[in-house]
Design a protein around this ligand. Structure first.
Ligand code: FPP
Length: 280
């Protein structure tokens, strides 16, 4: 049963709309600047509330500090040579937070898109939102669509922001859509599934960072994380900066990525096959 608290708000669905609204296909999938770096990094940004509590501030102040942490991390990724970043900003489970916190987060998303989009565009960043955007307010959906349209042809870097995103929901929605399109599910293969996800056309994340110490994946990129290296740091998200990112990248460089094989050295064809980015 859907309780009033969990009931979707602001839904604007038209019957002609596709079941899954994906961001525009990536204009390019930029390579890392040097070997040994992850091509795609995902970050579960956790610890905003604890950051605020330690300062006797309201939780929303922690989220504002969390927003301020994003730009330095993006700049640090750019300097390090990582050009595809996915930030987990709001999960499908986060709707169950107190209403004022959800509203504040939604306001922050809209304000941040508005204040940052110009500079991101000037820097050649393609913005993409992953998740079921139909539950966002009409105004926020328009800001998202405008930001995506403005930056659709940018190729320097890709910034995915996961909002109202859940990995299980993404997989279920993709399968439903494939069935509705008449795809024979008995013949469904991994490549077709990959192309049906919000991340169609992107390489899977090689590294997933979680801040604030919890050893959980929390419904983030469940399909795409199949071979991702996981890195958990106790640093709270608002305190996560260039040094912390470098620590994660160094840890990644020291990992032996086996992709299910037993050899010390992973044969290049295996890596290529696993990392091949489906063209969506
Ligand atoms: C988890 O910390 C953080 C969130 C649920 C929100 C993350 C969102 C931002 C950093 C803003 C992003 C904005 C844009 C525009 C991308 P928590 O509140 O669960 O922290 P706690 O576990 O310490 O309570």
């Amino acid at each position: 049963m859907v309780s009033a608290r969990n009931a979707p708000r602001h839904t604007i669905v038209h019957s002609s709309e596709p079941m899954m609204q994906r961001p525009p296909a990536p204009a390019a999938t930029p390579e890392p600047s040097r070997p040994g770096l992850p091509r795609h990094v995902g970050i579960i940004m956790d610890g905003n509330g604890r950051w605020a509590r330690r300062r006797h501030l309201p939780r929303v102040a922690g989220h504002r500090a969390g927003v301020r942490a994003i730009r330095p991390v993006m700049e640090a990724c750019d300097r390090a040579g990582v050009h595809i970043l996915t930030l987990y900003a709001f999960s499908t489970e986060n709707w169950s937070r107190p209403r004022h916190e959800v509203d504040a987060l939604m306001r922050l998303f809209g304000e941040t898109i508005e204040s940052e989009i110009g500079e991101l565009h000037d820097n050649g960043v393609q913005i993409r939102v992953l998740g079921d955007r139909r539950r966002l307010s009409g105004a926020l959906q328009r800001k998202v669509a405008d930001a995506e349209a403005l930056t659709a042809d940018n190729t320097t870097a890709i910034l995915n922001v996961a909002i109202n995103y859940g990995g299980r929901g993404e997989i279920v929605a993709a399968v439903r859509e494939l069935a509705a399109r008449g795809v024979d599910l008995a013949e469904l293969d991994e490549e077709t599934m990959s192309r049906a996800l919000y991340t169609a056309g992107l390489p899977d994340p090689d590294l997933i960072i979680r801040t604030a110490g919890e050893m959980r994946i929390s419904n983030f990129m469940l399909w795409q994380a199949a071979y991702a290296e996981l890195y958990v740091t106790d640093t709270l998200w608002p305190d996560f900066g260039e040094a912390a990112l470098d620590g994660a990248l160094q840890a990644f460089a020291g990992r032996e990525r086996k992709f299910g094989t037993v050899n010390d050295r992973v044969p290049a064809p295996v890596i290529d096959a696993v990392r091949a980015s489906p063209v969506g």
